[in-house]
Design a protein around this ligand. Structure first.
Ligand SMILES: [Zn+2]
Length: 343
């Protein structure tokens, strides 16, 4: 007997037989998220911290090198901190560190296998911080050439490890964007259309966030493909509202003990505008600081569990709303799916 599912698959195959298959046409059953250990089913993602770090090296793109640290030492320091947050209820951990500022996919995979956390890593270049973390070739190459490097990591894995990225991470400072920052966003748009990877952009302010959407629109990439990282840097909440109304993800990712009230306020504002379905919340916490003895001060990942969620409950947020923010939204944001503008 043919199951309903295989019937639907066959029916949709027949309907699509004469058009080029696109990732966005995949059914819910086939939707997936890419972690450092491979594909995740949507049901495996669960509670997600969407922006954290295990290791960062601030030395600069010209000097960064994996020989600057002992990966075993980083592993041993990060392990109990990751195990701790897993015990508190985190199941998926997005390591938002890009190449040239400390991305180490092999280290993340070791940690994922040991902790049984799902860990997600990045492709893309970080253009914020006055371009200190942009490699020289990014100034010479076109957006197409840069995107072919990033698409290559999606197709073949990162630096010979076979590990694939689960998002494109890039970054810009405040508006106006520099030429190379614009090029990175354009390259991210091209990469998105070829891979379905969501584009997380570290962003200096609301005006820069709007400029990013213009560049994506020029490639017909929907705002739904963009995570506005560090939306909390823009205190004019009308920017958050406008971005979410256009379909973008608005990420409040600086949660710590000192910012609980501010984050509750941001989330309450989104809730008042019925835009909680466009919000991501994380801590941008961690990490092993390469170059500092013993990795310097490694902050834990617990503040959302121990401080923010209790504060949200006190403010009247329901379990369903908390699940929207930390389970349903990350699942939709990180699903591998091409998001094109409706034309
Ligand atoms: Zn970060």
């Amino acid at each position: 007997m043919q199951s309903r599912r295989s019937f639907l698959k066959q029916a949709s195959f027949m309907a699509c037989a004469f058009v080029t298959p696109r990732i966005s046409e995949s059914s819910i059953d086939e939707e997936f998220i890419m972690s450092v250990t491979g594909r995740l089913k949507p049901s495996e993602m669960k509670f997600t911290l969407s922006h954290e770090h295990v290791l960062v090296d601030f030395i600069g793109a010209d000097k960064v090198n994996k020989s600057r640290y002992d990966a075993n030492e980083v592993f041993n320091i990060a392990l109990p901190i990751l195990q701790d947050v897993k015990n508190k209820g985190c199941q998926t951990f997005v390591d938002c560190t890009p190449a040239y500022i400390g991305r180490d996919a092999a280290l993340l995979k070791r940690l994922a296998l040991k902790t049984k956390l799902n860990i997600i890593t990045t492709t893309g270049y970080y253009g914020a911080a006055q371009e200190k973390y942009i490699p020289q070739h990014a100034y010479i190459e076109t957006a197409e050439q840069l995107s072919s490097r990033w698409i290559g990591e999606w197709n073949d894995g990162i630096e010979g490890t076979g590990i694939k990225p689960g998002l494109i991470k890039t970054g810009v400072d405040k508006a106006p964007l520099s030429d190379v920052q614009k090029k990175l966003i354009d390259a991210a748009a091209i990469t998105h259309l070829a891979t379905g990877l969501v584009i997380g952009i570290h962003t200096g302010n609301g005006e820069a966030a709007e400029a990013e959407l213009e560049i994506l629109a020029s490639r017909k990439v929907s705002p739904a493909a963009r995570i506005w990282i560090h939306a909390q840097n823009e205190t004019d909440k009308s920017y958050h509202i406008r971005a979410a109304q256009r379909g973008s993800w608005v990420s409040f990712d600086g949660v710590n003990l000192d910012s609980i009230n501010q984050n509750v306020e941001f989330l309450q504002n989104m809730k008042d505008h019925e835009l909680l379905s466009n919000v991501l919340v994380s801590q941008d916490s961690g990490w092993y600081h390469v170059g500092e003895p013993g990795g310097g001060k490694y902050n834990d990942y617990n503040s959302i569990f121990t401080n923010l969620i209790p504060a949200l409950r006190q403010k009247g947020f329901t379990q369903k709303e908390i699940d929207t923010i930390f389970v349903a939204n990350p699942l939709r944001a990180f699903a591998i799916k091409i998001r094109k503008m409706q034309s």
